[in-house]
Design a protein around this ligand. Sequence first.
Ligand SMILES: Nc1ncnc2c1ncn2[C@@H]1O[C@H](COP(=O)(O)OP(=O)(O)O)[C@@H](O)[C@H]1O
Ligand SMILES: [Mg+2]
Ligand SMILES: [Zn+2]
Length: 420
Amino acid sequence: MRSLSDPFLTLHEEPSDAEVASHRLMLRAGFIHKVAGGIYTYLPSAVRVLRKIEAIVRKEMNRAGGLEILMPSLQPADLWESTGRWEKYGKELFRLSDRHERAFALGPTHEEVVTSLMAGLVGSYRQLPVLVYQIQTKYRDEIRPRFGLLRGREFIMKDAYSFSTSEEDAKAIYHKMQEAYRAIFRKLGLRARMVDADSGLIGGNLSHEFMIMAPSGEDTVVSCQSCEWAANIEKAEGMDACPLCQGSLSRETAIEVGHVFYLGQKYSLPMNGLFSDQDGQEKPFVMGCYGIGVSRLMACAIEQSHDDRGMIWPVSMAPFQISVLPLGPAASESPFVKDLVEALMFRFPDEVYIDDRDLRAGVKFGDADLKGFPLQVICGEKNLASGNVEIKVRKTGAREVLPVKAVPERISAILESLGA
Ligand SMILES: Nc1ncnc2c1ncn2[C@@H]1O[C@H](COP(=O)(O)OP(=O)(O)O)[C@@H](O)[C@H]1O
Ligand SMILES: [Mg+2]
Ligand SMILES: [Zn+2]
C-alpha cells in the first residue's frame, strides 16, 4: 500500500530572499509558501508543528485557570477610539471599511475587544478574578516584514488577559503567568530566557519578555556576567553595570517569543470596565496581558536547532516523531516492513511518516534530514534479508541495526532519552 501523495514535500531549491536558517529551511522543506510579503500559507508539516505548540500552550493556560475564548479579527474603529489607539497605533494597524463606510481594524491585539467584553459581563467583585485567552491570527502592517515567520504581517499569537479587583491579585496572576510561560518553553524543548522589560516610566509598571538567544535575532538582551539579572536593551539603556551586583554586562542578540505585561487600569479606565467592590464602590478592573508568538516559536525552534543538512526538531513539536524509509521496491513490499509500520502506528499513533516514494535512497535520506524528524527507521534490502532495520537519531547521527521486532520498544526508549 502506498501513502497518499504529498505534493508539498520538498523544494530543493535555495530560496533567494531567505536570510535566516528558519526561513530558508521552511521554504526548502515544504513547510510554508509565500503569498505576499510577511504572509504565508502553512503547509501540512507546518500545521502539524503549530498544532503541537498550541496543544502545549493550551494545556498550561488551562492549568493556570485560563478560559479559552475566540474573539473576532474584525474590530470596529469605535472600540479603538475609546482608548485613543485608533490614532496612536499608527500605520501598523490594518484599517478597512465596510459597505456602509464604517471603519474597522484587523486586530493586531485584543485589549479593547476583551475589555469591552468584560465590562459587559462582569458586574461584581464576586466574578473576579478571571483569565481569558485565545489562540488566533493577528494582523500587523510591519514596516519590515522579514525572516519568514519571525516577523510576519499575519501571524498566530496566544494572547491572554486577566481581570482582577486589586493590584495585589493582578500581580499574583502575573507571576502565575511567568511560571506558565517557563513551563511552556521547557515542555517545547526550547531554551528561553526571561528578561526585565519594565520601561520604568510609571511606578508599578511590570513587564517581562521571554527571549530565545539566536544570532539572527532582532532584539538584544543585556545580561550580568556575575548574577542572573538580564533585561532588554530598552530597559538597560544607559546602564554600565548590573543594578543588582555591579557586575559587568554583556550583550547578545535574541528573538522575543513571549511578553507579559501588568496593565493596571490603562484600558479599564477609559473603557469604563467597572465592577462593584465589596464596599459597594465602582472600581476599574486591574488588568494584565500575556502574549506568546505561536508561529514565531515554530521558526525559533529551527533557529535554535538545525545543522547544514536541515531542521532538527525537538520531539515535543516535531511534525512526525518517526520516519520510516523503505529503500527500493522490494523493501516497500517486504512483510517485515509492513508489520513494522503497523506496530509503529499502533504504538505511536499519528507520529509515523512513511516515505514510500519511488525515489533513490540518497534523496530520501536528504529529505528526512532536511525535515528533521527525530528518528529515522531505514529499511534497506540487505538488512531486511536478515530481519533487521537501522535506526538513525537525527540529532546525534547515532545509528544502530536491530531486529524488526525490537524496534518499537527501542524507539520508545530513544524518544524518552530525547526528552519526549
Ligand atoms: N510580526 C510578528 N510576527 C510574528 N510574531 C510576532 C510579531 N509581532 C509580535 N509577535 C509575537 O507576539 C508576541 C506578543 O506580541 P507583542 O509583545 O504585542 O509584540 P511587540 O513586542 O512586537 O510589540 C511577541 O512576543 C512575539 O512573539
Ligand atoms: Mg512585545
Ligand atoms: Zn549582577
